[in-house]
Design a protein around this ligand. Structure first.
Ligand code: NDP
Ligand code: MG
Length: 387
């Protein structure tokens, strides 16, 4: 039986790599749904190649173009953000790959879980914003959330066969990003172009900037807490610049298991889509001919403040990670528009977190209100910083 997949965000970095995985395994995987925000030309090409049942182009002004191009085919075309939330409920879908970016992933993920679909989750922000709500819903519905993020896939792979053994701690590896080793003065000068050049991974803009600030690792600490039911002191971060060890798990007896591979997202994407099977792949494989030295160092939390900001947000709990996420999205986009400097990103996030009222046990409505309020406050703070 083929697994029928909905790919939310098929035109992005994870989405396009997921389609490469599908192409390698046409006997195992079938595309049911593809969605994009505004990249109509690519969505049309993907639809013509993979012949899904339905596509969604979220941006309404692009609808006519997609509709006309796909009119000769038996493919339904929908538009609007709400359509992404509806399309995941389709009877014919087995697994939903959430490769949307930022807050936009939360509601479609919850709708897919409510409809009983298995989830392959790349969109870490969903668990950062509402990890408690989402993981509880998944438990209630008997839905598995398979991690796509490489670190979490690594931990998931290390846990195979160990489900009854308590985890003592996990060690998330971080590449350190393009600015590893730089001091405060050097970081004052860095540009958007430099930040977008990640040493090991080729990813979408938001996650690339988050990697440069170490916010990405902070988001991943929170993601790991919810995915694996851990307490925060059980989650350690170590910098491993070669990005070959994708993360590690230490058990009660002191044994540490690590998962290794090339820094290539197609491996964790494939594992999430085909678990528990390991299918052959012709993507490049790691060999010790390429890299004989693995090094490790402590993250520089003083100069890269976002990591501690994330630890603080999850320590406070409630709606604070949601505030942090919204402020981070505003700050990263402002940085990408050259409106603020690299070091103003943590300033903006921290400032925003100090201004939003705390909600201890938020509902989905509370999260939505917090997200809207935090974006408004972060945007006001941004105006002040710009002048
Ligand atoms: P991209 O920016 O490359 O792609 C995002 C996708 O989502 C695109 O298809 C985009 O459509 C769509 N999209 C963006 N905003 C909206 C919206 N508001 N409504 C509907 N659709 C939207 O992101 P990545 O693929 O890099 O990342 C996706 C997620 O995976 C992120 O959460 C990221 O943190 C995570 N991740 C990514 C990794 C990577 O290697 N890229 C590694 C680990 C995790 P369009 O193209 O039309 O704009
Ligand atoms: Mg990652």
């Amino acid at each position: 039986m083929k697994k029928r997949i909905a790919i939310l965000g098929s035109t992005g970095s994870i989405g396009t790599q997921a389609l490469e995985v599908v192409k390698q395994h046409p006997d195992k995987l079938d595309v049911e749904v593809l969605t994009a925000h505004s990249n109509a030309p690519l969505l049309i090409r993907q639809a013509m190649e993979f012949m899904p049942n339905a596509v969604v182009i979220a941006k309404e002004s692009m609808y006519q173009r997609v509709f006309e191009a796909l009119d000769p085919y038996d493919i339904k075309v929908y538009t609007g953000t709400a359509s992404i939330e509806q399309v995941v409920e389709m009877e014919s879908i087995d697994i939903v790959l959430v490769a949307l970016v930022g807050w936009s992933g939360l509601k479609p993920t919850m709708k897919a879980i409510e409809a009983g679909k298995q989830i392959a989750l790349a969109n870490k922000e969903t668990l950062v914003v509402a990890g408690e709500l989402v993981t509880k819903l998944a438990r209630d519905k008997g839905v598995n959330i398979y991690p796509v993020d490489s670190e979490h896939s690594a931990i998931f792979q290390c846990l195979a066969g160990e489900f009854h053994n308590p985890v003592e701690k996990i060690i998330l590896t971080a590449s350190g990003g393009p600015f590893r080793g730089m001091n405060h003065d050097a970081l004052l000068q860095v540009t958007k172009e430099q930040a977008l050049k990640h040493p090991n991974w080729n990813m979408g803009c938001k996650v690339t900037i988050d990697s440069a600030t170490l916010m990405n690792k902070g988001l991943e600490v929170i993601e790991a807490k919810w995915l694996f039911g851990l307490r925060i002191p059980q989650i350690e971060v170590v910098v491993h610049p070669q990005s070959i060890i994708h993360s590690m798990v230490q058990f009660a007896d002191g044994s540490i298991k690590a998962q290794m591979g090339m820094p290539d997202m197609r491996l964790p994407i494939q594992y999430a889509l085909t678990y528990p099977e390991r299918l052959p792949s012709n993507f490049p494989k790691f060999s010790f001919d390429q890299c004989l030295q693995f090094t490790f160092e402590k993250p520089d939390k003083e100069n890269f403040r976002c990591l501690n900001i994330a630890y603080e947000a999850i320590r406070l709990g409630g709606n604070m990670p949601c505030v942090m996420n919204a402020a981070d999205e505003v700050a990263v986009h402002a940085f990408l528009r050259n409106e603020i400097s690299f070091l103003q990103i943590p300033d903006l996030i921290e400032n925003c977190m100090s201004k939003i009222s705390f909600v201890k046990n938020p509902s989905l409505n509370d999260y939505e209100a917090t997200d809207i309020e935090s974006r408004a406050v972060a945007t006001e703070l941004l105006e002040i910083l710009k002048h």
